[in-house]
Design a protein around this ligand. Structure first.
Ligand SMILES: Nc1ncnc2c1ncn2[C@@H]1O[C@H](COP(=O)(O)OP(=O)(O)OP(=O)(O)O)[C@@H](O)[C@H]1O
Ligand SMILES: [Mg+2]
Length: 372
């Protein structure tokens, strides 16, 4: 748990960088600090691990007043992802990740294992990446390493300063989704800085909207969207609130579960009985033994291929199918559907198992509900 009580900080020259800010982040939750450049986000973050000292007010971590704790000791339990990543260019990826474990004097074997574990978690095969240098990575990969480094010694608290800044939208989207998945397992207490309100709404359990050093609103994402505290927040959140609300909903919440499915080894006759004109079904998803999604077949394709009467689904299945994951936001799924021109996409869970189908119709119903 992290709690700020009436925290202020002025830099020399009299800038009131942070002005009477109070909020609390319960254990295992993510609070997002969001606001325009210069509003005091980084300063707030740095006071939590005492890289800056507050001029007044108090900060508690697990009910302990941090001003009574040795700053070095405090930072051992707080991972920090620096704005602009800040990897050490002359150190390999493995060495970069291992900085804190090294300071904590872990033995070499334990450090090596932890580095490999984190690289794997970040989707970067250790054998391929551990001995590279930061300049040999893409921007998105460097950001992943920044996050891995902060998590290296498994601290219960993470402070993340624009960890996904300066990335193209697609990479950013992917890192956000990976981040949410990892957090679901690890349940860290996180303060996360961004200037992107969409990112804040997607990732936050709570969103803290700052402006000129002040905290204007601290609320759940839905409250920020639906009951903005003032004009500034309303403006900042933007006009398309209905569409933004789609970021709060995951596809598994609105998909049609148990869509028609055929085993990949099925015969054309079985396919046709499922897709008989009386059933009204024009298509079916094709799955393997563990219900993992293999592709899609349409009734007309089966009819065409089955002229000789012994066609196999495996030979006519269309395997080139765009799917979305069960915890993708409906907004992301919708933008996927729009960019591929699809009226429906299959929804897959762990190991690519088919769990449902998301249709324009179900999205339309959700939009109608939000609007009313
Ligand atoms: N070391 C410093 N000395 C003097 N003023 C500073 C210092 N660091 C920050 N400031 C000022 O304090 C204010 C808040 O800065 P801060 O870095 O916290 O903003 P931010 O919200 O993180 O902005 P950004 O989105 O650009 O990173 C700004 O007006 C900034 O110019
Ligand atoms: Mg900043």
């Amino acid at each position: 748990m992290i709690r700020l009580e009436h925290v202020s900080k002025a830099y020399e020259g009299g800038v009131n960088a942070v002005n009477d800010v109070s909020f609390e982040v319960p254990r295992g939750e993510i609070a997002i600090l969001v606001g325009p450049s210069g509003c005091g986000k980084t300063t707030t973050l740095k006071m939590i691990n005492r890289l800056h000292e507050p001029a007044s007010g108090k900060i508690f971590v697990d009910d302990v007043d941090t001003s009574t704790v040795d700053p070095i000791e405090l930072r051992r339990n707080i991972g920090y992802v620096i704005q602009d990543v800040g990897l050490f260019p002359h150190m390999t990826i493995a060495e970069n990740i291992a900085v804190v474990p090294h300071l904590k004097k872990w033995d070499r074997k334990r450090i090596a294992e932890r580095v490999d574990e984190l690289l794997t978690m970040m989707g970067m095969p250790p054998a391929e990446y551990r001995n590279r240098y930061p300049r040999e990575l893409s921007g998105g990969q460097r950001q992943r390493i920044g996050v891995a480094r902060a998590m290296a010694s498994d601290p219960p608290i993470l402070l993340m300063d624009e960890p996904f800044g300066a990335l193209d939208p697609i990479t950013r989207e992917r890192l956000q989704n990976e981040f949410l998945k990892i957090q679901e397992k690890l349940k860290k207490t996180i303060v996360f800085v961004t200037h992107d309100i969409d990112e804040a709404i997607k990732l936050g359990d709570k969103v803290a909207i700052m402006r000129k050093g002040r905290l204007i609103q601290y609320d759940a994402p839905s409250a920020v969207l639906n009951e903005p505290a003032d004009e500034f927040v309303a403006d900042f959140v933007g006009q398309d609130r209905t569409l933004k609300s789609l970021r709060l909903i995951r596809t598994y919440e609105v998909m049609d579960a148990d869509p028609p499915a055929l085993h990949i080894q099925a015969s054309a006759a079985e396919a046709l009985s499922l897709l008989s004109s009386s059933s009204g079904q024009k298509y079916a998803w094709v799955v393997g033994d563990a219900r993992e999604l293999k592709g899609l077949i349409a009734r007309k394709d089966v009819l065409e291929a089955d002229a000789s009467g012994d066609a196999k689904i495996a030979d006519i299945v269309n395997t080139n199918v765009v799917s979305v994951e069960r915890d993708t936001t409906v907004k992301d799924a919708l933008s996927e559907m729009l960019s591929y021109g699809l009226a429906r996409v299959p929804v897959v869970g762990p190991e690519g198992r088919l769990e449902g189908v998301l249709t324009f119709d179900s999205i339309r119903k959700v939009l109608a509900r939000i609007d009313s």
